[in-house]
Design a protein around this ligand. Structure first.
Ligand SMILES: [Zn+2]
Length: 169
């Protein structure tokens, strides 16, 4: 959704507080469906300097998925600090330049849906658990860990042994 930053355009150098609401559509992450409560809230401040709009603050979201141990519903509260710079494109600089990852906007409104999705997904834990000590983990945890094949240190030890043997000869 669009954030109106016309206040900052009219008063460069001045910081303005904002609260912005987004929604994140359901995501498929490694075969698991992850949904987000509405709204996802971004709040903080923005200011304009030259052609650059600096947006900083915190994203707050709640994600729902399944616990990867016991498969019961699991909830993750996200709080993600952010600081991003959007460059304003005008008639004379219509393209984003060399950097395709550069964040840009035109006119007086900034599209924040992509940024919101990126911030939230990067913050999601790789293993979503219903609670940190989920019983499913203990039940499913392997009882012993097989010794690793191709352990680089065992190769190193062999080399050292051979080296010592050589010296003794
Ligand atoms: Zn669980």
């Amino acid at each position: 959704m669009l954030l109106d930053v016309s206040r900052a355009l009219r008063a460069p150098g001045e910081a303005f507080t904002f609260e912005h609401h987004e929604r994140i559509p359901p995501q498929d992450i490694n075969g698991e469906k992850v949904t987000f409560d509405e709204p996802v809230v971004l709040e903080g401040r923005f200011s304009m300097s030259g052609n650059d709009l600096t947006l900083e603050g915190e994203l707050t979201a709640t994600a729902h998925s399944r616990c990867c141990n016991c498969l019961e519903p699991a909830k993750v509260d996200l709080k993600v600090p952010f600081r991003e710079v959007f460059t304003r494109l005008d008639r004379f600089h219509e393209d984003a330049g060399d950097d395709p990852d550069r964040l840009v906007f035109s006119g007086s409104k900034v599209e924040l849906d992509h940024l919101t999705l990126t911030l939230a997904l990067l913050e999601l834990p790789i293993r979503i658990l219903c609670r940190p000590d989920c019983e499913g983990y203990r039940q499913m945890a392997p009882r012993y860990t097989a010794p690793q094949k191709n352990n680089p240190f065992s190769v190193l030890q062999d080399l050292i042994k051979n080296d010592l043997n050589d010296q003794e000869v």
